[in-house]
Design a protein around this ligand. Sequence first.
Ligand code: SDX
Length: 393
Amino acid sequence: EAGFLTYDPGFMSTASCHSSITFIDGEQGILLYRGYPIEQLSAKASFLEVAYLLLYGELPNEKALAEFEQVIMRHTMLNENLKNFLNGFHYDAHPMAILIGVVGSLSAFYHDSLSINNVRHREISAHRLIAKVPTIAAAAYKHSIGEPIIYPRNDLRYCANFLHMMFATPCEEYRPSLLAERALNLLFILHADHEQNASTSTVRLAASSGANPFACIAAGIASLWGPAHGGANEAVIAMLTEIGEVKHIPKYIAKAKDKDDPFRLMGFGHRVYKNYDPRAKILREVCHQVLNELADANNPLFELAMRLEEIALSDDYFIERRLYPNVDFYSGIIYQALGIPRNMFTVMFAVARTVGWVAHWLEMMGDPDNRIGRPRQIYRGPGKRDYLPIWQR
Ligand code: SDX
């Protein structure tokens, strides 16, 4: 039984390039967190329960979960000086730029007091990141709309607390609906970890040099921002908005197939899944439910997304290349229905993925054979040659 503070580093000891956290079978469309199917976890678990599983390798018993929730909720506040840093950003700074900067700056608050060579200090850093990233994310949003930062509350569950920090104001309390909280819980679980994706590999490479965890996670956030990765959820909504109507879909499918056109169908394809992304399958169902109960059931973007998926999946180009909708294809539509603005979609991805990044960081730091990563290259430059004085060039 995995106790809370008596976890066995053995759960995390693993050679670099190997991991015991997440398993993906791209051919079968299988995704397991520590052996548990994503379908079961997303339907039955809380996000902090899954966070505990990813960090410690086992589902928590009641006592361990209660202790874990308490520790996380007690560390959601930020150092008050961080407000000055945050307010230094221009009002229209992209929230991802703010998240990278402020998460990285946590190094300045904890770097001296926490040693990466101390197991307990590593756990404290992990808890602080999982606790504080949502507060920073919501603060970035408030900054971008010129509203005061809303402090976290210790009497709210993790997802409800995030929605409170996003939408409450000093003049008015915000009580998220149970459906909104459940939808966010599911979205966070689905985005929590995904094996050696680009941003997790970035975190692991930074961690291999011994950089402090706050700097490593800031590096992961930067990598996630790209439209080929976590930035895709924001790009999907931009694409659907640009397509506008079903009658324009064929034109965009043709652009996506045109080798000379850099346009790709956002939310489609995956380096590993050559079958339906299991997370997209789950989100497709949730989309229906959330839109029916939270927003207008015939949300034009969702209708368009369904038609785009139908047309693309009947086109030989996509069938031959096994390009299916991925996790980003539907997530933006649900975020929009929850009232999350488009420029916050990738921030939402980063809040959830912080748990996976932290789990990988702990796994690496718990590995006595952890060595600095050093990818090699295939050199394609000129052979050895001599310097020429400028008048001879
Ligand atoms: C995430 O790694 C992870 O696990 C990431 C992630 C996670 O949880 O961390 O799952 C999250 O990042 C999901 C992906 C989100 N990105 C997008 O939706 C952006 C659009 N997708 C593409 O950019 C692309 O599909 C990638 C980046 C996702 C994958 O790129 P690959 O591996 O280079 O794609 P591929 O090798 O499978 O491509 C095979 C062919 C190529 O054409 P050919 O050279 O064979 O003629 O399919 C084409 C590609 O050009 N192709 C697309 C396409 N994706 C691939 N053509 C049109 N539209 C697309 N979306």
